[in-house]
Design a protein around this ligand. Structure first.
Ligand SMILES: C[S@@+](CC[C@H](N)C(=O)[O-])C[C@H]1O[C@@H](n2cnc3c(N)ncnc32)[C@H](O)[C@@H]1O
Length: 182
């Protein structure tokens, strides 16, 4: 009887431990470094500065490379209701959140659970990103390869190495947004 009890206890203990390790690992991976880009959204004050520095005519395309929260695209949809707003996101959690917010706030953005490196960015008027320094050269290569000469690329905080900046949105504490023209 005692042995049975000990085995049962050990089984429960080991499965709880496995669940805990799996759960912590999953959460950490999602919260910090999913696809090696952390889940950090552009702060609200930057979104208002971004909106002031964007021009989008009816039918023109805005693409956000990686979504995390929906606030940027909510702002774009509300300020430019006739623009086409597209989001690519390769992680499940932000993607599902984007779908929920789209319904909840009745927003007209298109959201795709895709790796933006595999999608054509060809007709974008404005491409926005908040990624990390190590990936900027690769992103820029993709944009130059896919896009027209008039496409503008807005990069929050991170510059493209050795590339000429077209314009800078100067923000407090050097938290600039850099604009590049293809
Ligand atoms: C730092 S967050 C920025 C989110 C949003 N653009 C913003 O500024 O609030 C970066 C997002 O890009 C996503 N991401 C990273 N690499 C990606 C890729 N190759 N394709 C699609 N999404 C990607 C990450 O999952 C993450 O949600």
């Amino acid at each position: 009887m005692t042995i049975l009890f000990i085995i049962l206890f050990l089984l429960i203990f080991i499965s709880s431990l496995c669940y805990f390790v799996f759960y912590v690992f999953k959460e950490l991976k999602q919260l910090l470094l999913w696809y090696w880009i952390p889940f950090v959204p552009t702060p609200d004050y930057k979104i208002s500065n971004l909106i002031e520095n964007i021009e989008l005519k009816d039918g023109q395309i805005f693409i956000d490379l990686g979504c995390w929260d929906w606030k940027i695209l909510q702002a774009i949809c509300e300020n430019f209701p006739k623009a086409i707003v597209i989001w690519y996101e390769n992680s499940w959690d932000p993607y599902k959140l984007a779908l929920k917010r789209k319904d909840k706030y009745n927003l007209n953005y298109q959201v795709y659970k895709k790796d933006f490196f595999t999608e054509s960015l060809e007709n974008a008027t404005i491409i926005y990103s908040y990624l990390l320094p190590y990936i900027m050269a690769r992103v820029w290569k993709k944009i130059k390869n896919d896009c027209h000469k008039w496409t503008l690329f807005y990069s929050n905080y991170f510059q493209i190495p050795e590339e000429q900046i077209y314009k800078i949105i100067h923000l407090k504490n050097n938290q600039n947004i850099y604009i590049y023209k293809v």
